[in-house]
Design a protein around this ligand. Structure first.
Ligand code: HEM
Length: 396
């Protein structure tokens, strides 16, 4: 039988569930061959245990320039690549430079400011038009404002960086479109690093500018790191806010649990379950084997591409019983929504904190929040590497 195409289509009637074909593959076994846009046939890894084992294996590379890497789209030189697509020691050298601003301790210190920001955004939402698109009016501004503040990027430029980020993560963008968007963002961040070199402030980009001045980092590397942090820092969380809200509106008993509690532990566990259940990064973790690897009775050959489909990994029934049920009370923190291994999400303490503040505030302050259209009218992002909704019309 020939290998099925990847990515696979979701069934329209269950927008929160992984594609039925992906589930069928998981039932057949932990590894299967799939076919990509370029005709290549990497391994698709569908079960949680094998995904974690391979993501933690030093014989597995995230370097997009290696032959056999299962790229989701044609690779162009102009696309700005940072440490997410590099191996150690280069990856570790660059990642270490930006870990301090994202520690759990720093996030705890930032929490009151994020709470205030979320409250202000809700004030504006309530004072504005009703119905409104929650994506534009709330879900995108909150994480964008936060990451701009942390990086030292002017929020006034949000249309520019949000539009270009959207092109980069759009699955069917033309290679030249994606390269042009990447080039524009890299030039923008390079300009900002230049400004921070001249007038340093108390922000992450100024920290990178100091390192450029000290010769630890090239200006190009600094700009590319800035692009990675800016895109990763707003797009993902924004989709979790909008899609999470939609999932909760469709599960009113679960929404009530969240709305009626003031226990931070209940909120924290709800965030983990929503991350597990929605798993918004749909392209899988892409890797290439550097050596022969024996796993689950198969031999993955050196040079074989690997795609860890973490969305179905988070629905592995041997790890999460009754996996298709959204159950905010379940213990879900060991999900793989932030990946696993050395590339595990750097921004997860920030994402968790933002989502905890948002989910514990929005539905309490707007208890009558509801969809202003039918579910089948909601435009889902089937065309991007980050899943979510293009627009969410809500009323209250
Ligand atoms: C709910 C929100 C988020 C989700 C679901 C998410 C998901 C992920 C995943 C799955 C990876 C692993 C990529 C891989 O292994 O190939 C990753 C890496 C990364 N994420 Fe996030 N992320 C989120 C929020 C953030 C935020 C707020 C930031 C802030 C800057 C961020 C920055 C990064 C960076 C820099 C990496 C690369 C880490 C490395 O390669 O060492 N993410 N993220």
């Amino acid at each position: 039988m020939s290998a099925p195409e990847f990515p696979m289509a979701r069934a329209a009637e269950c927008p929160f569930d992984p594609p039925p074909q992906l589930r069928a593959k998981q039932e057949e076994g932990p590894l299967a061959k799939v076919r990509l846009w370029d005709g290549s046939t990497p391994w698709l890894v569908t079960r949680y245990a094998e995904q974690r084992a391979l993501l933690a294996d030093p014989r597995v590379s995230a370097d997009i320039t290696r032959p056999g890497y299962p790229s989701p789209a044609p690779i162009t030189d102009a696309a700005p690549v940072s440490f997410i697509l590099m191996d150690d020691p280069e990856h570790a050298r660059l990642r270490r430079m930006v870990t301090a601003p994202f520690t759990i301790k720093r996030m705890a210190a930032l929490r009151p400011a994020v709470q205030q920001l979320v409250d202000e955004q809700i004030d504006q939402l309530l004072a504005g038009p009703n119905p409104v698109d929650l994506v534009q009016a709330f879900a995108l501004p909150v994480p964008s404002l936060v990451i701009c503040e942390l990086l030292g990027v002017p929020y006034a430029d949000h249309d520019f960086f949000q539009d270009n980020s959207r092109i980069i993560i759009k699955r069917d963008a033309l290679p030249e479109e994606r390269a042009a968007a990447g080039g524009r963002l890299a030039a923008y961040l390079d300009e900002l690093v230049g400004q921070k070199l001249a007038r340093p402030a108390d922000d992450l980009l100024s920290g990178l500018a100091w390192r450029v001045r000290d010769g630890e980092l090239s200006r190009r590397e600094a700009a590319r790191m800035g692009v990675l942090l800016l895109i990763a820092g707003h797009e993902t969380t924004a989709n979790m806010i909008a899609l999470g809200t939609l999932a909760l509106l469709e599960h009113p008993d679960q929404l009530a649990l969240l709305r009626d509690t003031d226990d931070p532990a209940v909120v924290a566990s709800a965030v983990e379950e929503l991350l597990r259940y929605l798993h918004i990064t749909h392209n899988g973790r892409r890797r290439v084997a550097l050596a022969d690897i024996e796993i689950a009775g198969q031999v993955i050959r050196a040079g074989d591409g690997l795609i860890m489909a973490n969305d179905i990994g988070n629905r592995d029934p041997s790890v999460f019983p009754d996996p298709d049920r959204l159950d905010l009370r379940r213990e879900a923190r060991h999900h793989v929504a932030f990946g696993f291994g050395v590339h595990q999400c750097l921004g997860q303490p920030l994402a968790r904190m933002e989502l905890q503040v948002v989910y514990s505030t929005l539905y309490r302050r707007v208890p009558s929040l509801r969809l202003a259209v039918d579910l089948d009218q909601v435009p889902f992002k089937h065309d991007g590497s980050v899943y979510g909704v293009h627009e969410l019309l809500v009323t209250w």
